[in-house]
Design a binder for this molecule. Structure first.
Ligand SMILES: [Fe+2]
Length: 272
């Protein structure tokens, strides 16, 4: 008896590809001959941009889905706001890709992998749907937000770094402007998701409100205070604004400490 058929055991099969694309829709290397050809591996970046766009598009679906099912009015309101915000990110990336001469309807292999992961993530939010344990059901949704926003944040930080690595030009400026707009949004979805999840878990586990900051956060605050005397009172967003005014390269990918140090160095450079 054979329960697992393998080549070694004499298994045979038809050589069917797992994805069929009609000949007139096939793309060999997106990105070649487009505005991405300035200091970057254009085909790779075209595929990456497609994956970033797929992540944002899937984010819209996630927020639409959980905003319709959350039973907590403040969370529902937040998910609605994040859906609207994510729609603007989709539009930004579509415009950026079109501006390079690329096609926002191109779905790269990396984008298909992203879609697969995102679909599973939405699935996890349905597992406890209709459950009597509403807190756990809400936390499953919030956790999906945390995971999605973590990748989202990293994607935009990386795009900021790629903008820095590109040769000067109008597309590089558009990319940097888009990154600035997204990372500099009033709203900090990732920070919000982290903090809300921490609070909900703590309250559910202890029945009381959590301390103002976790030990990890306290260490960060202590580190911040060590960088500049007033950095404890300056927000990351304010430092980012200053870094932008001083045209600090790579600012989109910096931590608060790094921003504080880079701003201080840039100011020192201005004075000398
Ligand atoms: Fe986004």
């Amino acid at each position: 008896m054979t329960t697992v058929v393998t080549k070694v055991l004499g298994g045979t099969a038809k050589p069917v590809g797992i994805l069929y694309i009609e000949p007139d829709l096939q793309v060999e290397d997106a990105g070649t001959g487009t505005g991405l050809d300035g200091g970057l591996n254009a085909p790779f970046v075209a595929d990456l941009l497609s994956a970033c766009l797929a992540h944002e598009r899937c984010g819209v679906h996630l927020y639409r889905s959980i905003a319709g099912r959350s039973t907590m009015p403040d969370l529902r309101e937040r998910y609605e706001a994040l859906r609207t915000e994510t729609e603007t990110h989709v539009a930004l990336l579509e415009a950026l890709i079109s501006d390079t001469g690329g096609n926002p309807m191109y779905v790269s292999p990396a984008a298909r992998a992203t879609e697969g992961a995102a679909a599973r993530l939405v699935e996890t939010t349905w597992v406890l749907d209709g459950s009597l344990d509403t807190v756990t059901a809400e936390l499953a949704m919030l956790e999906a937000v945390l995971l999605a926003e973590t990748k989202n944040h990293d994607n935009w930080e990386l795009l900021g770094e790629l903008a820095d690595a590109m040769t000067a030009g109008s597309w590089r400026d558009s990319l940097q402007a888009a990154v600035d707009q997204v990372l500099n949004q009033e709203d900090d979805p990732l920070g919000w998701a982290r903090e809300t999840r921490r609070r909900m878990l703590y309250v559910a586990a202890t029945g009381s409100e959590p301390p103002a900051a976790t030990p990890a956060h306290r260490d960060e605050a202590a580190d911040d205070a060590a960088v500049t005397p007033d950095s404890a009172t300056v927000t990351k967003e304010e430092l980012y604004h200053e870094a932008k005014d001083l045209d600090v390269p790579g600012r989109g990918a910096m931590t608060k400490d790094e921003l504080a140090a880079a701003v201080a160095a840039a100011k020192e450079g201005d004075q000398s």
